[in-house]
Design a protein around this ligand. Structure first.
Ligand code: F6P
Length: 545
């Protein structure tokens, strides 16, 4: 790939700054809608499986034109094509970044024959587990992994619960805290339990500790050493380490699959066990449809590109420090946690690709909770707090309850879905519209204050409004639409990372703590406090006392 500009080296960067000072800072969503009857039509679009309303964002045609110019200056398309072509764009680890190849149809994409062989073997194993469950031979699968080897599978299995095998329960254990593993195992019968040990490196402390504990529990439960081979499998790119650990069957993958991009690989085994081979293929197909959109659609009609550009506009010009994700579907309750790793581990970087410190902000804090629960917790701050936090609403048009329900129960659930959608729409409406003090003054306060005059109460009851949001809509939460949604987020993170000029595919920031942990661990047994900083020595002493 030819040398590309970093965002702040592009002429568009300065033009965006001037545009922000001139009109961007004061941009008012209410005025924008009042003066433009076609704003919704102009700023919404249908991408594969995902409809997006971008109209409640603080952008106008000029903002978009400059952001697109920035993308061109930074060689966004060339950077995307370099990823697709298998160039080692993860420079610090000298690795290609090819998660898109994992969901390409057979015969397409790089390494197609290896990818298809691996997929076929993994899906055959998943189907064999489902058959055993149907025969009553197994009942539970415990998936042990952390970070990218946990968040994607756990999120997807939760999201696709209504497609899951009714006779199999999937459990996800990640934390090194035994309070994660122990309660899960307490419910299980070792003879009917399968363990999947998922670790790309097969060196991760938490995963190995949980795997050893699970094995001890398995043997203590009356199973023989010889049974380990049929009850423990691994998914890893380090087959040697998995074998040394004593696991006979390992589904392998490649170093060009990043941990947080790995649910499409054999790391997706628990998803395949839960939803079956055909549905897993549909998940891949949905992601592939989004890949094609990302690769083929012109930048101005390319949803991941538009979302990534708005992210840059908010982070680097408006100075917004976080983005809240509010999926209005209980099945997507793990999506915010998944997106935290995807975005913050990818783009939480402070130097550019050449190692030069950056003078501008990168990844925002990404956080959230399923709607409507978040409304009764932190939405107060979103509506009236001093920070403006763009919110991303995700709505799902049609519900799918399994097992199917009927009668009054069904009617009530259908009504609850309407309530859910009404809540989703009203929150973004309220964030945008706000309420002026004069309007609040006209309302009869439900609880009249004796201590404060009416104007003061109205001030407390007013809302600044003009708070931006994006709404994404899925027709239904299916393997295909989930695949497209996740791929959309992956590419959007790529876009902002590419313009920031950072390496979105390494994660050195997690290493220092790991190394210090290894040094501290023996001190918890031998009590040695020598050479430590005052706080760490004090805390260690307190814990050991
Ligand atoms: O600690 C960060 C990390 O390296 C993530 O990037 C990764 O997803 C996770 O740990 C788990 O790593 P592994 O799959 O190698 O156990």
């Amino acid at each position: 790939m030819d040398k590309v500009l970093r965002c702040d080296q592009s002429p568009a960067w300065g033009a965006l700054r001037a545009h922000f000072e001139h009109s961007g800072r004061q941009f008012d969503l209410r005025q924008a809608f009042a003066s433009d009857a076609s704003r919704f039509a102009d700023w919404s679009m249908q991408a594969p499986e995902v409809f997006a309303d971008l109209s409640k964002n603080r952008i106008d045609a000029q903002t978009l034109a400059l952001l697109l110019q920035l993308a061109r200056d930074c060689g966004l398309e060339a950077q995307r094509d370099a990823m697709l072509a298998g160039e080692a764009i993860n420079l610090t680890e000298d690795r290609a970044v090819l998660h898109m190849a994992l969901r390409a149809p057979a015969g397409q994409g790089l390494f197609s024959s290896e990818v298809q062989a691996s997929l076929t073997a993994m899906l055959a194993f998943a189907e064999s587990m489902r058959d055993k469950a149907a025969q009553g031979l197994i009942s539970d699968v415990v998936h042990i992994g952390i970070g990218g080897s946990d968040l994607g599978p756990a999120m997807a299995v939760t999201a696709l619960q209504s497609f899951a095998h009714p006779g199999l329960k999937l459990h996800f254990v990640s934390n090194v805290d035994g309070h994660d593993l122990a309660p899960v195992l307490a419910e299980l019968d070792p003879a009917r339990t399968i363990f999947v040990i998922a670790s790309k490196t097969f060196t991760t402390q938490e995963t190995l500790a949980n795997a050893l504990a699970a094995r001890a529990w398995f043997l203590a439960g009356g199973m023989a050493e010889a049974d380990v081979a049929s009850h423990f499998v691994a998914t890893s790119s380090n087959k040697t380490a998995a074998a040394a650990f004593g696991i006979a069957t390992t589904f392998g993958f490649w170093d060009w699959v990043g941990g947080r991009y790995s649910l499409w690989s054999v790391i997706g085994l628990p998803i395949a066990i839960a939803i079956g081979a055909d549905n897993f293929r549909a998940l891949l197909a949905g992601a592939h449809a989004m890949d094609e959109h990302f690769v083929q659609a012109p930048l101005a009609q390319n949803l991941p590109v538009l979302l990534g550009l708005i992210d840059i506009w908010y982070r680097n010009f408006h100075g917004f420090t976080s983005r809240s994700v509010a999926p209005y579907h209980q099945g997507l309750k793990r999506l915010p946690a998944y997106l935290q790793q995807l975005e913050m581990e990818s783009n939480g970087k402070g130097v550019d690709r050449a190692g030069q410190p950056l003078s501008y902000a990168t990844s925002p804090v990404v956080w959230g909770e399923a709607g409507t629960n978040g409304q009764h917790a932190y939405f107060q701050m979103l509506h009236q707090g001093t920070d403006v936090i763009p919110v991303e609403f995700i709505a799902v048009k049609r519900t799918r309850h399994v097992p199917q329900v009927s009668g009054e129960f069904a009617e009530r659930l259908a009504d609850q879905h309407l309530k859910l959608l009404a809540n989703c729409l009203s929150q973004s409406q309220a964030l945008m519209q706000g309420k002026r003090v004069e309007e609040a003054l006209l309302e009869r306060a439900p609880t009249a204050s004796t201590a404060l005059d009416a104007l003061t109460v109205a001030r407390h009851r007013s809302f600044t409004g003009n708070r931006p949001s994006t709404t994404l809509v899925l027709d239904q939460l299916t393997p295909r639409s989930l695949g497209a949604l996740i791929a959309l987020y992956e590419h959007r993170v790529f876009v902002s990372g590419a313009l920031w000029g950072i390496n979105s595919f390494d994660q050195w920031g997690v290493e220092l703590g790991k190394a210090l942990c290894s040094g501290l661990l023996p001190r918890l047994s031998n009590g040695d406090l020598s050479g430590l900083d005052g706080s760490t020595a004090g805390l260690l002493g307190h814990l050991l006392a």
